[in-house]
Design a protein around this ligand. Sequence first.
Ligand SMILES: Cc1cc2nc3c(=O)[nH]c(=O)nc-3n(C[C@H](O)[C@H](O)[C@H](O)COP(=O)(O)OP(=O)(O)OC[C@H]3O[C@@H](n4cnc5c(N)ncnc54)[C@H](O)[C@@H]3O)c2cc1C
Length: 389
Amino acid sequence: MPAFRGVDFYQVDGLLTEEEQLVRDTVRDWVQEKVLPVIGGHFRAGTFPRDLIPQMASMGMLGANLEGYGCAGLGAVATGLIMQELERGDSGLRSFASVQGSLVMYPIREYGSEEQRRRWLPAMARGEAIGCYGLTEPDGGSNPGAMRTRAVRKGDRWILDGAKAWITNGTIADVAVVWARTDEGIRGFLVERGTRGFSSRDHVGKFSLRASVTSELIFQECEIPLENILPASRGLKSPLSCLTPARYGISWGTIGSAMAVYDEALSYAKTRVVFGKPIAGHQIQQAKLVWMLSEITKGQLLNLQLGRLKEKGLATPQQVSLGKRNGCCVARECARLGREILGANGIMDEYQAGRHLCNIESVYTYEGTHDIHTLILGEAITGIPAYQG
Ligand SMILES: Cc1cc2nc3c(=O)[nH]c(=O)nc-3n(C[C@H](O)[C@H](O)[C@H](O)COP(=O)(O)OP(=O)(O)OC[C@H]3O[C@@H](n4cnc5c(N)ncnc54)[C@H](O)[C@@H]3O)c2cc1C
């Protein structure tokens, strides 16, 4: 596969620090050398490239923005650039890093006891322990407030009953952060692999995120020691707070996916000769490439400003929603256009466009669907919530 040349029409690189560029280039080279040669095979086979985890860990990609406990403590922009490059490789790989860092390490850091932090965070940063995050239930994910999974305290145990669906890393996780209704409201629990009453199985038949593990978690009178509750978790705002950093990573990652398909489509269009000249010389194909470039450039600038706001502690969840919603739209349309430019070859998995096109359907749906982010933004600008009407 030809080396990725980068997409930087507006000299956005010049707005990055040297450290940020170094982080980006290190991950970019690694994706080129280690991910792209194998990811198509994993997508075809429906397997997750587990052997890449130690390499991701050694480069500080797991929980990259967290401080202490063996984490890299990178800034928001550097962390975003990691996500951009990972998703340029494959959305499944970025999903793994997002879940591990934002959805599991973050709540343990934020709501866990000191003992829980010491036990899990360094091991997760080293990639020796894998986590998953169980919020969505089979009856619906858009309204987590309707969750049915329940934990009841009995003596020195919590007894957990219920099910979670569509859980990334579910069957390979050593620990699941599980959200359940209790008499005190919604609380988070650490459910360890092998706990009695806890089982998991993979969703089979996916056409999207095939190089990622997606599973159901089932809890039947599952006994959890008292010390496995996340002590500082309180109410629905705790699980929702984890979604904001994950959505931030998606805002960057999706632009990485769009960059991958744009780069591929541009190379292809310059060499594919139809009607006596390269298809890049036909106006309609140029219009498609220009649309892709414009949206990628706008997405890069949006992400950079979002990252700078986050570094100052000023980014709001609604601004993150706009970034996630925008990135998914851009990546979805770029993958469709890239596939189109490749003609029949675009349906083959030796090219990237089809894989990104399929993957982005999941990214468009998880971490709040496009519709839900529209409603979040609609409420932000009008002051009127429209979720139920
Ligand atoms: C590959 C993959 C990995 C995932 N990983 C995880 C994970 O690790 N952990 C986790 O907890 N979850 C995970 N999810 C679940 C994901 O977050 C949910 O699928 C998502 O929140 C949507 O929920 P749903 O699929 O139940 O759709 P539903 O909530 O049933 O929504 C169906 C449709 O109705 C629309 N809709 C819903 N409410 C409204 C409304 N008020 N107004 C207008 N339209 C509305 C939605 O936009 C959508 O188009 C994953 C999903 C996928 C596909």
